[in-house]
Design a protein around this ligand. Structure first.
Ligand code: M6R
Length: 609
């Protein structure tokens, strides 16, 4: 959950490291630091509690000419955010510096052992043991020391290390945690995610677990397996550019990423239906395979889980295959009914979410066929799954998922159409019709985003509240779960979502004048039921923000504020309504002065359990 960057080359690396860290700050932002090797001065280390901008101020104009260095932005696990707990951590000699992402599960016993041997620890982190283990193992070769060190570690890690006696070299390794390596003329770079090295190269390597990478300042990288045997990992081309990872005139990344959604929907749909047939070659399923599926499991966390809940409605409606959606952290620790006839779809924007990847592994041990829907080329989930469908969202920097969510919903909708058609429940004509309607979604989203005045007015109802309820039915209910998550995570307003039919069974006790209610009353089979539910909460004093289909005859009379959206078929309504809920959450968060891109306590990739 931390950002890592390392550079070795022939030009001073200070600015490269600081820029790289700011591009990766979405991965963790409670402290930051860099270590730079400078032949004459040994090693300079700067660390701060707080954001990268604080680190930039601290480093200031200090003349730093070293051309090899490492940097880190932290999301605290062991030890509170503080300068002393910030990375890089050093060994007792001060010659070795490391940055680490992940959790060393056996750090306590290693620490005790190292202290007994005379090592002195200065932080509360699990990571510091790595620096001391490297010190203990080092006999002149950092690669060998790293191989020996990781043999003693339990848990997940990305480790990047430097030694002052090797100012032209960086050593890196990973296990169950992200790492990407690249090189160009006269330099080599390493990072926990591609944005930090895309300006140097778009041809990158995602090393396998346990492969030790040795980066040389001349612009080469050597890779070794656990026995020290050289290996040649595959190079992957990244097809997005650095401009996509920059703000480009928007106020914040959330604003930019919301605005990109028409393009994202278009790209995710592109080329998926030909002659009335849904094409998802990535699934590589034969007609017999599809006929044999007796259950679909969608496993995911957070926003991706909500995309799964929406898809359940479509998969069951169109293919008649039972579909269960489960939070990955629950699935992996129980005894789910999974067999070779189960189709598992794992959904993860980052492809690195520890619980989701572990759940994938569990499903595969039971013989299930597992497909991933992810936004991240080369991510862990892509190696663990039988097939991958890429959501075409491009880099997402705001911690709150927006465009990646829409891409997931669209991709899952295509999978639902595919299964429905393959099982003989949807004709080519129906597929064509649905696809045509989906192709209109980008312009409908654009229409919503072109005039957000009514959303801004509605946000005023929530601005001063401490809690809000979201209610809907069917796909509207699942859309509400995501709307409530968006609001709470970026504005810190407590929000809960309920299937509207459930409110009389308890939640309505919460309703009074101080509890705004966001109600999805879009055209659907249950729209009239929603009208009654709205009346019930209004009768108890709630101010209601209604999201209704353009032309709805009642909305204005029964809601305090109405946000109208273009008419779409109910099965696609999550796609348009979610855009409204994203904008609503952002408006509330902005008014409350929150940092929408980096909400407190969160990080973009949850690579630890
Ligand atoms: O990368 P993933 O999709 O696996 O991440 C899962 C959740 O951590 C993520 O969706 C999270 O809930 C969102 N960032 C919230 O907006």
């Amino acid at each position: 959950m931390c950002g890592i960057v390392g550079f070795t080359g022939s030009t001073p690396c200070k600015d490269i490291l600081l820029t790289g860290l700011s591009l990766l700050e979405y991965r963790g932002y409670d402290s930051a630091g860099i270590a730079i090797l400078d032949g004459a001065r040994g090693m300079d280390v700067f660390r701060v509690k707080g954001r990268v901008e604080g680190l930039v101020k601290l480093v200031g104009n200090t003349p730093l000419f070293g051309t090899t260095g490492i940097g880190h932005t932290r999301w605290a696990t062991h030890g509170k955010p503080s300068e002393v707990n910030a990375h890089p951590h050093r060994d007792c000699t001060g010659k070795i510096a490391i940055v680490h992402n992940g959790i060393i599960e056996n750090f306590s016993e290693l620490r005790t052992q190292l202290i007994e041997q005379g090592h002195v620890f200065i932080s509360e982190t699990d990571s510091e043991v790595i620096a001391h283990l490297l010190e203990r193992a080092y006999e002149g070769d950092m690669r060998v020391a790293m191989t020996e060190t990781i043999a003693q570690l339990e848990g997940a890690y990305t480790i990047v290390a430097v030694h002052a006696d090797h100012p032209d070299e960086i050593v890196a390794v990973r296990k169950s945690s992200p790492l990407v390596v690249g090189c160009a003329e006269g330099c080599a770079v390493v990072a926990s995610d591609t944005p930090a090295l895309i300006e140097v190269t778009r041809d990158v390597v995602f090393p396998d677990d346990g492969v030790v990478c040795v980066l040389h300042s001349g612009g080469t990288v050597d890779y070794f397996d656990g026995d020290g045997v050289p290996v040649s990992p595959e190079t992957v081309h990244i097809d997005w550019s650095i401009d996509e990872a920059k703000l480009g005139g928007y106020e914040d990344f959330m604003d930019k990423e919301i605005a990109e959604q028409p393009r994202v929907v278009r790209d995710t749909l592109a080329g998926r239906v030909k002659d009335g047939r849904v094409i998802i070659d990535e699934l590589a399923l034969t007609a017999e395979d599809i006929a044999a599926i007796d259950r679909v499991y969608i496993i995911a966390c957070g926003t991706s889980y909500h995309a799964g809940l929406i898809a359940k409605n479509l998969i069951e409606a169109w293919s008649r295959i039972p579909c269960d959606v489960e939070v990955a952290s629950e699935f992996r620790y129980r005894d789910p009914i999974v067999s070779p006839s189960t189709l598992v779809i794992a959904v993860s924007q980052s492809g690195e979410t520890a619980d989701t990847v572990e759940a994938v592994q569990l499903a595969r041990t039971h013989g299930a066929r597992v497909f991933a829907i992810t936004n991240s080329v080369g991510s862990r989930i892509t190696r663990e799954s039988d097939g991958v469908i890429y959501a075409q969202a491009g880099p997402e920097t705001c911690v709150a998922a927006t465009k990646s969510f829409l891409a997931q919903v669209v991709a899952l909708t295509l999978v639902a159409l595919y299964l429905g058609q393959a099982r003989g429940h949807l004709t080519c004509a129906q597929v064509r019709m649905f696809y045509r309607e989906m192709q209109r979604l980008p312009e409908q989203i654009t229409a919503i985003l072109d005039d957000t005045t009514s959303i801004e007015h509605a946000a005023e109802i929530i601005d001063g509240a401490t809690s809000a309820l979201f209610i809907g039915r069917g796909i509207g209910a699942t859309t509400c779960y995501e709307g409530a998550l968006k609001l709470k995570e970026i504005s810190y307003v407590h929000a809960e979502a309920f299937a509207a039919g459930e409110i009389k069974h308890g939640p309505i006790a919460l309703v009074d004048e101080a509890m705004p209610v966001v109600a999805l009353m879009i055209k659907s089979a249950t729209r009239d039921k929603m009208v009654s539910n709205i009346a019930e909460v209004r009768a108890r004093g709630a101010k209601v923000i209604g999201i209704a289909t353009q032309g709805d005859p009642d909305a204005e009379h029964i809601c305090d504020e109405v946000i109208y959206i273009p008419a779409v078929r109910e099965c696609f309504s999550a796609i348009t309504a979610s855009v409204v809920l994203q904008v609503l959450a952002r408006c509330v968060a902005k008014t409350r002065g929150c940092d929408v891109d980096k909400p407190r306590n969160l990080a973009k990739s949850v690579t630890v359990e």
